[in-house]
Design a protein around this ligand. Sequence first.
Ligand code: BG6
Length: 490
Amino acid sequence: MLNPFDIVIFGGGGDLALRKLLPAMYRAYQEGNLPEGSRVLPTVRAEEQKEQYLATAEQALQSHLSEGEYNAKDWQAFAQFLVPVVVNVTEADDNWDALKDILDADGEDKSRVFYLSLPPAVYGTCCELLSQKGLITDNSRVVVEKPIGYCGKSAEEINGKIAQFFDENQIFRIDHYLGKETVQNLMALRFANALFENLWDAKSIDNIQISISETVGLESRAGFYDKAGALRDMVQNHLLQLLCLVAMESPSKLNANSIRAEKLKVLEALRPLVGEDVDDNVVRGQYVPGDLNGKLVPGYLEELGEGSSTTETFVAIRAHIDNWRWAGVPFYLRTGKRMKKRCAEIVVEYKPVSHNVYGPSVGPIQPNRLEIRLQPEESIQLTLMSKRLDNLEMQLEPVTLNIELSQQYSKGFHSDAYKRLMLDAAANNPALFIHRDEVREAWQWIDPIIARWQEKGTPSLYRAGSWGPEAADELLEENNHAWFNVGEKA
Ligand code: BG6
């Protein structure tokens, strides 16, 4: 069991805190993983908000927990852990001293986590004030959210500023995808199964698709999203992290240093996409009004309330990893908002058999396929060719081994990545957090794509409720491949 800890949530009244961080801590409490003596200290800007905070928090839990999770008894008990405080992160006033007194009352050895649920522009000032006011102890850590920066240069500035006050091993950069149980299961699948260990390279695999499709649109984040777009919001972090876990070599140990070192090698081996490579290998899209599950939804510009914007809400990329293991294997990355279905999935398509002994009369022999569904309806499916047993003729057809993880672990499985990551930060376990070098390498690959887009072209349009622009299908057709879209026959 974890030792008691304090977690200060800067931006405690913000969207992330109310939607994700408080529910995560409440769940930790319900599961018995919030040690007695711990404190959750959300910061707000004014005394009045502080007085209202418990009511705000309760309301947030009621709206954002899943059905059946909220109950008044657990809330009453969880509320005892909550200590709202007033702090204005850009003002060096006495409120910081008051916060220091609260933390110091439990001694300097207690684990302190400073969670910056704030715009990256104020990370530096907040860290500086934490240092100036003497709140950072040896047992303190800072948690920062993605995306770090808007480009490589701004990310380096932010990381550099934080590094003035915290050592790299005290800086926990969150990518919540790494906290998903199914994402960690990727490593288990690869490194605990000889079957895949021997069939995980360019000799056996034809292509790999990594796709995160969402049905939501802008939600209430227009201000952030229109400046960021899907490339910065999803590809620079979530998709590249998934790519790393799929493509990396086996780490020598399952510790943070070994895992991060292997992920970094993948990012370093990504073939750069510069200038015309971007035109040829990257598709950007933006949704227009369309029918999503029988409901007409507005287009991006209507949601944004602007006449024009070139921000992409969809990206598809054909990437290559230039190393021995993956030579010649295309990795297709795709993400988009307002797509037909919500799904995060990795599809590994194997090469066809080297020689068809059957001839054409048995029907086409489809290559084997491994589908790893990360969410929702978490599952692993392996499609194999089989003889039809209901037919005297030799007829072959694809059959699927289906491991329904969400059913298998229906009890005790609640996919809450933030809970795991917050508890890991409290326990000083950085394995599922991103190293500064990874952020740098990821931006190095992304920056030239943004540069090209700024120079040339506009997003291709796609209807809300579709699988993205036609150009994304054409990208794969060039290699005789096609996207696997969940719920549609392959
Ligand atoms: C966030 C992005 O990091 O991930 C959002 O900022 C996106 O735009 C979200 O909707 C998706 O996360 P999940 O866990 O719902 O797939």
